[in-house]
Structures are given as structure tokens and as C-alpha cells.
Design a protein around this ligand. Sequence first.
Ligand code: ZN
Length: 439
Amino acid sequence: MSTINTNFIVSPRWILPVIPRNSLLENHSLVVIENKIAHILPTADIPEKYPELTHLELPNQLLLPGLVNTHGHAAMALLRGYADDFELKTWLAEHIWPVENRLVDFDFVYDGTTLAIAEMVCSGTTTVADSYFFPNASAKAYIDHGFRAQVGLPIIHFPNAWANTEEEHINKGLGVRDTLKNQKLITPALAPHAPYSVTNAGFEQVRMYAEQLEMPIHLHLHETAAEVSDAIAETSKRPIQRMKELGILSPSLQAVHMTQITPQEMGELSQRQTHIAHCPASNLKLASGFCPVSDLMSHHVNVALGTDGAASNNNLDMIEEMKIAALMAKGMTGDASSLPVHQVIEMATINGAKFLGLEDKIGSLEPGKCADMISVDLSALKFQPMHNPASDLLYAASGDQVCHVWIDGEHQLSNRTLTNMDTARMRANARQWQAKILS
Ligand SMILES: [Zn+2]
């Protein structure tokens, strides 16, 4: 890993710190000392206070916290465009699971995750919650490239290349967790796949280890109406009721998707302080349904944002995801004031940090927090005349305008060039995997 000077000053035109809410600073600078944000002060005061520090001036750029993607399957970057235009059940059972069973191994996950890291860095994401087979491989990719991640330890009832039984999944997962104890950028989480793919005995183990080891539980939940109706036919219970009875519905739970929620369930999610990952692009593409984000927020439920894997999105661009979330909320409620600009940016930053239990470290630009931050170039004609940089970020920009990225103070993207990754090698690896996938 490259270690560029970890003491430096960035002077953008604007800073969007996220906290205080809906604030924007103009002609201010941010000082990083030993990888942490030390001060934010007027740029005019910089020369006399810090004459010795490296100083990066970014005219026409907006500096904001690194984006937090709260749901993804990074290695599935290798399956981007492989199976489009199917609903979830058909997509998984007839297309995704067969190719995964045939090909997924340590190298697939390492190479796929590396490709996803490059895409995430280039589009402004600095933290991801990932869950996939071979979490030892994805963790290695995140560590090798200095990327912050919650690594989900997968648990699924069906045999696969990683493990054959739920018990084997848990044992192997806990083994991986032990190897990650001293990794400052990695947080392990238990990742039971979904209510329909994990047994009650599996969930009981998950609850026990989540409590004992203080680990979050990352779970696809109420992704589609069919998931709920199938569960009612089989068990006479909605999956969320089953999760409640199994002790899974708690502040440790990171519930992903949640497109089907009754008013009573809304109250329970709020009371139990369960976090939600909203993945609007994936939900739209698989025709899964609509997460009622505005209602959840009015019940004080923490809702964060995720892209899901690149096989169902088909990119990992969180700026695009923010725009889809904003538009979807307005369309669903018939109220154009639903999810205003600052609230959507919070979903992709501080709400994501809370979702991961990392709000003391990331999610806003405040002294004492880690220097996880990005700058977005707003000099193009499409942003003129610049009435509101936060609005331009959300509604007019895309990940392609991200210019600089720092993760834990390390400069990972400099003027749109990856500082720490071999792009030629990534392309060659992707071509090799394409040949294997199609063979
Ligand atoms: Zn998913």
C-alpha cells in the first residue's frame, strides 16, 4: 500500500460536512493530521497557521464525507450484465446460483472484489458492507487495497463452494473473524442470507454469536412480496414475525431491502432500533418492490443506502443511487418534498455510518473523525450556474465527477487516477473470468 503524507491540507471551494445538518462552507480548508480530521477553518487563515503542510487546492470542487454503501456483493462485479431482466427468484435460481456453484472460489472472490473496489473508489465510495462466499478472499482484497469494509460471514442452508452446512458456514466464518481482529479498516458481521435460505437452528446460532461477540447481523429481509407470501404459505408467519420470535429483530440487525412493511411492523422496527439498507436500483431492476423510506424516517428508523451487487444494479455508483432514492420517494408518496437533498446525502453518509456502528469514525467531516472523504469536480458546464452545490451533487452529478478520494487519510484516488491499484491487471483478470463464465 502506498503511504502518502498523512498530514495535509485540502482547500476546496466548498465543504459539505453533513454535520451540522444541511450546512455548506465556502472557502474553508480541512486539515488532516495523522490520518484524522484535525480542523476545518477559513482558507485565508491557512498559510500562517500551517506553513509546513502539503497543501492541495481544489478550486470548483466540493469536499464531502466518503460515501457509505451499506449493501453489496462486491465479487459479483464479475457477473455484471450476465443475467438481466429477470425477477429475483428466476434470476437467482436459474442464472446466478448455477454460475456461482460452477465457478466461485477464493480467486473469483479476490479478483471480483478488487474490481469492485476500483469502481467504488472511482465513484466516491469509501466504505462498503459486503457479504459473499469466501469472506477470507474479500477481506484480503479490502486489506490489500486499504478500503474500509464490513465483511459479512455468509450463512446459508444450501451447500456451496465455501461451505456445505449452516454449521460449517458459521465455524469457517468465525475462523475468518479471528484473522481480522487487528485490521483497523475491517469489521466482521454475521450475514445469514435470508429467512428462506437459513433454518431456525441457523438463526439461533446467529443470535447467540451476535450477542456473545457483539457482531451485527446483515440480512436480506422482505425483499419481495413473494418472499412474504411464500413464508405465510409455509410457516403461517411473515418473515419479520419469525425473526422477532427468534430474537433477530434488534439494534444489531441490518435489514436489507424491506419492501413489504405493515404499519405495525414499522412501529416494531422503530422500537427495536433496527437499521435498514434501501437498495432502490436493485429493487427496481428485479421488480422487487418499494421500500417506504419516508414513512420509515417519520418513524425515526435509520435508513441507509446500498447498491446491492453489480449483477442487479448494474453499477456501484452511490451518487446515482442517491438520485434514484430521491426520485423513487417522490414518486411513491406523490409528494415532491419527500427526501430533500440533505436527507438523501445523509442516507449515503452518516446514516450508513450509524448502520455500521461506525458513526464515531466516519460519515461526516468533523474534527476527530477519520479522513474518509471525497472531492467532486463541479466545474463542467452541466453544473452551471451553480445555485446549490449539494443539489448539483445529488441531481446533476455522477460518480464520474469524483476527483479525489481519501480512506483513513490515504490518498486512494488522485485527480481520477487510482494510486494503489493495477488497472491493466484488473482488466486482464476480468477478461479471463469472462471466458470461464461463458465456457
Ligand atoms: Zn443483496
